[in-house]
Design a protein. Sequence first.
Length: 307
Amino acid sequence: MEKQRILWMDIAKAFGILVVLIVHSGISLGWVTFLGGMFYMPVFFVLAGMTFTWRKEEGFWSFLKKKARRLLVPYFAYNLFLFLFFFAKDRLLTGNISSEAFFPLLGIVYSRNCLYDMNAAHNVYFMQILNAPTWFLTGLFVSLVIFRLLMQAARGDLRRLMALNSGVLLLAVLVHYFCPVLLPWSLDCALYAVSFLSFGKALAAYGCVEKLYKKPPALLFLAAAFVGLSLVNGSVNMSVAEYGSSMILYLLAGGLGSLLCMELSLFLEKHTRYLAAGCAWLGRHTMPVLCLHLFVFSVIGTLLGMF
């Protein structure tokens, strides 16, 4: 049976994808871009944690197949489309077919933008066909698999889950600082993102979003804390394992930013009609927007250049 959608959750996804579009368009909106950049990826992991349901009777392989259909099938479908488009455009039409023409396939398999962090003098860039944002689908898949294993080990108990999560977080920190490369399918990032999933699970368990909505002074305090933590931590980019000055500070800033995004989404649900409905519609279609927006930007840029 399909889960009933919660409007403010879809609105929160819309906020996340809108920040993605702004950042990837190259538009700088000052504080909006900076603060939005702190939560625009974490909010999707937090929401995934909130809606995650562990069923003792559901086998691990059944769970794996369900998540593969939801995330991996679209991942490979969108990437195959982009590969065939650019292969036809840049290779078949020009007759310039060489072994390099198939290098993007390696990027699709590795599912990471580059091999080393962005500051490396000599890097290897894998995702060259405007498909870099699709890393999120494989990264979310891996993080959900790890989270499912933790939930099974904790037998659904939230306190046990948090204790196990602290061990995974420690492993994520060790991998980040001692592994010389960015791992395939964002495994290093997925270990880190499990903490956002756990945070989301805790928010849902205690009904924090609805409870905090009724406490404006607490929300103002959290907003001030979010801004302060963001300024101290600095800019981040989860896709290439850039977490600012501290991985722990980013967990706090990303978690708080996600929570505040949800509170704003709940406000829109309660006090607007058409805006909330429009945002919710966008939130329900974030996957195609995420996977194809760079391609669409490129097409628009080409058309504008022609005219």
